[in-house]
Design a protein around this ligand. Structure first.
Ligand code: SF4
Length: 340
């Protein structure tokens, strides 16, 4: 029985992240420490753009491939209009020179009033990532987000209606979000079919409101095992809908490590979650094979390119493949898996 790798493949071009920490944000959300998360301090947008110009100039000089510019770290669509225009004008200039292929930004769902997405599209924006965090109103109120689940649904529709690509970001484990609520959030995500999804398990970072709640014993983060369990199921649901999950957990960064107080952080969290999701996917294929053929398969031919992923870190999943009856794994130079 033959089946493909379950994860949708990502486009090849590189994203050049341009971090504008807290720029345009109407408040500091209880869990958010953009400066620690991005390793970048708050500075005027003009200074950031000067640096981006220099990076692109350098890339052009060395004939490096074109990039997608991503304005992250704040609420882009609520920046002063002049700053939004300056960002998109820079992207347009470099697009004309062939060094930029696309532009995206992240923003809050309640920062896209009617007409805003169209206006951004007209200035060259291609995709908007909405920092949804959760669709659950009780959890949103609990975390003092200042917006509702419906705001995210409305914003998603406006992004699509403007002809833009849609990205969504969720924060599993944020105050008020239980594994069941996160699973419900993922069902909503699946129904919205975004072009990409980021999942950031909630961490307690120094300098945030969450750090205070944690110290007062009023917030407890998820542990790594719970997080991996729900992330694996979330991946399977997303992959099954063709949704690309482009980030799992915060990037490893010195500033983040220094600010991290508690929470499900692991340097290989994303790979571990993907390995667990792949195992669950293959287990379901084994069950299907067994029901169809009346016996368990014992050999798995797997694409050699996924060798590092299949058994997980330090081969920790090898015994679970054996427990499925797969006593032999053969690495092939193919794209598909075969059970025999
Ligand atoms: S979560 Fe988003 S809106 Fe809230 S402070 Fe961070 S960047 Fe701003």
């Amino acid at each position: 029985m033959i089946f493909p790798h379950p994860e949708p493949q990502t486009p090849r071009h590189r994203i050049l992240p341009v971090f504008l920490p807290f720029a345009g944000c109407p408040q500091r959300c209880v869990f958010c420490a953009q400066d620690a998360q991005t390793g970048q301090s708050v500075e005027p947008v003009a200074d950031v753009l000067r640096r981006v110009d220099a990076i692109l100039e350098e890339r052009a000089r060395h004939n490096r491939p074109a990039v997608e510019i991503a304005f992250y770290g704040g609420t882009f669509s609520a920046l002063p209009e002049d700053d939004q225009h300056a960002c998109l004008a820079l992207a347009a200039r470099w697009r004309e020179r062939g060094m930029v292929v696309a532009v995206r930004c992240s923003t809050r769902p309640d920062a896209l009033p009617p007409g805003k997405a169209e206006a951004l599209a007209g200035l060259g924006m291609n995709l908007i990532e909405l920092g949804v965090q959760t669709f659950d109103d009780t959890a949103l109120a609990h975390a003092g987000r200042g917006c509702h689940g419906d705001d995210a649904l409305t914003a998603a529709r406006r992004v699509r209606d403007a002809g833009l690509g849609l990205g969504l970001q969720l924060l599993p484990g944020m105050p008020g979000v239980t594994p069941d609520i996160f699973r419900a959030d993922m069902k909503v995500v699946a129904s919205l079919r975004p072009d990409c999804l980021r999942l950031y398990p909630c961490l307690v970072l120094e300098g945030t409101g969450l750090a205070r709640l944690w110290r007062e014993g009023r917030y407890g983060p998820w542990d790594v095992d719970t997080t991996l369990d729900v992330l694996a199921d979330a991946l399977l649901l997303a992959w099954g809908q063709g949704i690309r999950v482009i980030r799992l957990g915060l990037a490893q960064d010195e500033g983040l490590r220094a600010a991290l107080l508690a929470g499900p952080w692991h340097p290989a969290l994303g790979q571990m979650a993907k390995a667990e999701a792949l195992l669950r996917h293959i287990a379901s294929q084994v069950a299907y094979f067994t029901a169809r053929h009346g016996h368990t398969p014992h050999r798995l031919h797997a694409p050699a390119r996924w060798r590092g992923l299949l058994y997980g870190q330090h081969n920790r999943l090898a015994s679970r493949y054996a427990a499925l009856g797969l006593t032999e794994v053969v690495w092939d130079d193919t794209e598909d898996y075969t059970l025999t």
